[in-house]
Design a protein around this ligand. Structure first.
Ligand SMILES: Nc1nc2c(ncn2[C@@H]2O[C@H](COP(=O)(O)OP(=O)(O)OP(=O)(O)O)[C@@H](O)[C@H]2O)c(=O)[nH]1
Length: 346
């Protein structure tokens, strides 16, 4: 079923914690569970996760293959708790790291309650999408929702064609889409004209997507305390923010060769009352000596800039002033070395 228009805002079933005990008669049960977004690199998975959760938890970039870690965002609603697991893209494995990433993806698909298959509206379905769709067809238990992303980039005619193509792809491969939902994470936070003064639904249909995912979750209590946005260890999220900053504007081959490990995160001692400072020490690993110069830049100018950008993002995330200490290290051919992979958290 394709959902093009917003549904009326549903009545809340009251505070989630009370739902099981004293929910009013006829109220929907509280649901909780896991969803993951899959799709080829750059399909918009991270941006959509962020739009759903409302803050920056996953790392976005216009370069493919930047989401290395499984980042969970948590959507809190009166009627449900939706936990989003953001996986790396499935791809042809060329290295040990590639193989491990693909294993992570498949394991996730089998574990979650619903899979959102992200397909960008502005690109024709290609071999990359079909490769993933074929793999998805093999996962029988988990419901699959086709999410057409970046709808702000196309006309309604192009969107209609894409919706038909996706529906046909499902029929060809024997995938029964639980829903086909067009969204724009970019417009997600903005209000559509029909919303103005009304229900406050975003123009990008991001809220609608949440409405459609929730009924696919099992009935259950809160799995995380209210207010938690992610259970990803802070250090991993901090490392991802540094990695994102370090990748900005560098050569195309570098993304695969760059890993960040946060060695230490400690509140600075002896700070005056109400003026905390968090000391963060992190290493940026690259594979070859020649890449070091790219990351550091002339007289360290680039690394300094990376540090400033990352620090601002980390401060926004953690809500505390940060002193960020970055070091660049060479870990030779780490993508092919099991020992190094473990050390770098893969
Ligand atoms: N115009 C527009 N651009 C979008 C939208 N969603 C994502 N993008 C852009 O598409 C690019 C890729 O988005 P990501 O969210 O990083 O994609 P991803 O699927 O997580 O990518 P990987 O981490 O490489 O798997 C970024 O430049 C985003 O800004 C959208 O709704 N509208």
């Amino acid at each position: 079923m394709v959902r093009m228009s917003s549904r009326p805002t549903q009545q809340s079933a009251g505070p989630a914690t009370d739902a099981a005990d004293d929910a009013p008669q006829g109220a929907r049960p509280h649901r909780s569970g896991f969803a993951c977004f899959v799709g080829r690199p750059n399909a918009g998975k991270s941006t959509l996760t962020n739009a759903l959760v409302g803050i920056k938890v996953a790392i976005t970039s216009d370069r493919p293959q930047t989401t290395r870690h499984t980042v969970r965002g948590i959507v809190h609603r009166p009627d449900a708790q939706l936990i989003l697991v953001d996986t790396p893209g499935l791809h042809k494995p060329r290295t040990l790291l590639g193989e491990r990433l693909n294993d992570v993806v498949r394991a996730t698909w089998n574990e979650v309650d619903v899979i959102g298959f992200c397909l960008p509206a502005d690109q024709k379905l290609g071999p990359g999408d079909k490769f993933i769709a074929k793999e998805l067809a093999g996962i029988k238990r988990t419901p699959k929702v086709a999410v057409v992303t970046k709808t702000d980039l196309v006309t309604s005619k192009q969107l209609a064609e894409q919706l038909i193509a996706i529906s046909q792809l499902g029929a060809e491969l024997g995938i029964e889409w639980a829903e086909i939902v067009p969204v724009s994470a970019k417009l997600g936070a903005e209000r559509s004209d029909s919303d103005k003064g009304g229900g406050g639904r975003g123009a990008g249909q991001v809220e609608l997507l949440a409405d459609l995912l929730v009924p696919l979750l099992p009935e259950g209590p809160l799995l995380y305390p209210e207010g938690d946005l992610t259970d990803e260890p802070e250090q991993v999220m901090v490392a991802e923010l540094i990695r994102e900053a370090a990748l900005e504007g560098v050569r195309d081959e570098l993304p695969h060769s760059l890993a960040v490990v946060v060695e230490e995160m400690l509140p600075r001692e002896g700070r005056p009352e109400g003026k905390p400072l968090l000391d963060i020490h992190a290493n940026v690993y690259i594979e070859r000596q020649s890449q070091k110069a790219i990351v550091i830049g002339a007289k360290g100018s680039r690394l300094k800039h990376v540090g400033t950008v990352a620090r601002q993002q980390i401060e926004a995330l953690l809500g505390t002033p940060v002193y960020l200490d970055l070091h660049v290290k060479v870990a030779k051919d780490w993508q092919r070395d099991p020992k190094q992979l473990r050390k770098l958290g893969f």
